[in-house]
Design a protein around this ligand. Structure first.
Ligand SMILES: NC(=O)C1=CN([C@@H]2O[C@H](COP(=O)(O)OP(=O)(O)OC[C@H]3O[C@@H](n4cnc5c(N)ncnc54)[C@H](OP(=O)(O)O)[C@@H]3O)[C@@H](O)[C@H]2O)C=CC1
Ligand SMILES: CC1=C(/C=C/C(C)=C/C=C/C(C)=C/C=O)C(C)(C)CCC1
Length: 318
């Protein structure tokens, strides 16, 4: 069978980079990867990770999801504009109290995370519909299902992504085009480091001291612990995304982190919203010490299981 052409956005780092490499180095050579990024000057890490796949099963192209012209130019450069799988991955984060965030920064985030997806779909879907085949895979987030304190704007952008896809999927199916949402929890990438750097630089002078203290002393501290204990690697997300891409009947939603499934389930268990709001309130303000203790125990267990696996490898059993 001819390899599938997969176009991925945001491949200069993190999940996009890991997925591009995973697909391009597929042993069965099932994929031809077009790894795109807004600034090709940042392609060194991808080129190094791709190794001999570069120029064979992987090519790097410029694409800025905030620029319709750049999306069109990229697609026009592909023979027949033929894309079998579009992976909309490019995205940015934002945390902190609302009062310390400018409207311009919020609009810019929406422009990347939501309108970036809309621009891509507007450009790719008509070709897929004409061909009566294709797959649009969107890297959403667990925060597209459940908001998390101090992630108001980021979460809203992912809810927008989810609403857009949920609405579009039925029409797309009529044309044999599949849409899938991949919903990771925390993933240890530059995304996390950029958030903490921004939080360091932010101006909290418009935020009341009590809110600023809750953000720095409770949220940031716990968030670091959450990433350290429950965070997945970009390679984990690449494996999950591969499973979604290769599925004979692609799922509409795919969560990558089982630790977050109960959180999403609480919302559906109680339509009034009281159950989930109450649980989060207690986790943040009442049982934060219990939360930290639990997270530390998970870190210890993960560390031990890594040691055991390393021991098994060392003894030559695997
Ligand atoms: N890390 C996490 O905890 C989670 C991340 N996600 C989602 O995963 C996706 C990838 O994030 P992740 O890999 O973690 O983070 P990274 O910061 O490592 O990667 C984000 C990528 O998006 C690119 N990007 C940003 N703006 C644009 C743009 N206008 N046009 C094209 N590319 C752009 C960045 O490019 P550049 O180098 O030029 O900035 C970078 O390549 C995002 O959609 C994010 O919301 C979902 C759940 C959890
Ligand atoms: C679970 C949880 C927390 C933090 C969760 C975080 C930090 C999740 C990050 C998810 C990401 C980064 C998704 C990206 O799209 C709190 C509020 C600390 C305490 C309450 C329980």
């Amino acid at each position: 069978m001819a390899p599938k052409t997969v176009l991925i956005t945001g491949c200069s780092s993190g999940i996009g980079l890991a997925l591009a490499v995973r697909l391009a180095r597929d042993k069965q050579r099932r994929f031809q990867v077009i790894a795109t990024m807004r600034n090709v000057g940042r392609s060194a890490a991808l080129a190094a990770a791709a190794g001999p796949a570069l120029g064979r099963t992987l090519e790097i192209k410029q694409l800025d999801v905030c620029d319709e012209g750049s999306i069109r130019a990229c697609l026009d450069s592909i023979p027949g504009r033929h894309v079998d799988v579009l992976v909309s991955n490019a995205g940015v984060g934002m945390v902190g109290p609302l009062e310390s965030q400018s409207l311009a920064a919020m609009q810019s985030l929406m422009d990347t995370n939501f309108f970036g997806l809309v621009r891509l779909v507007k450009e790719v879907l008509p070709d897929m519909k004409r061909r009566r085949g294709g797959h649009i895979v969107v890297i959403s987030s667990i925060m597209g299902l459940q908001g998390i304190v101090f992630n108001d704007i980021y979460s809203a952008s992912k809810f927008a992504v989810e609403g857009f896809c949920e609405s579009l999927v039925v029409q797309a199916l009529r044309f044999n085009v599949a849409i899938s949402l991949v919903e990771p929890g925390p993933v240890v990438t530059e995304f996390e480091t950029k958030l903490y750097e921004e939080a360091e630089r932010a101006d909290y002078s418009r935020t009341d001291p009590e809110t600023a203290k809750i953000f720095t002393d409770l949220y940031l501290r716990n968030s670091r612990d959450v990433f350290a204990s429950l965070g997945q690697t970009p390679e984990d997300i690449a494996e999950h995304t591969l499973r979604v891409i290769e599925a004979a009947r692609p799922p509409f939603r795919h969560q990558t982190n089982v630790a977050y499934t109960p959180m999403a389930a609480l919302k559906h268990a109680d339509p009034s919203g009281a159950l989930v709001t109450d649980a989060f309130y207690k986790l943040v303000f009442k049982y934060d010490a219990v939360l930290r203790f639990g997270l530390r125990a998970i870190r210890l267990l993960r560390w031990k299981s890594r040691k055991v696996k390393a021991g098994v490898r060392l003894l030559g059993f695997k």
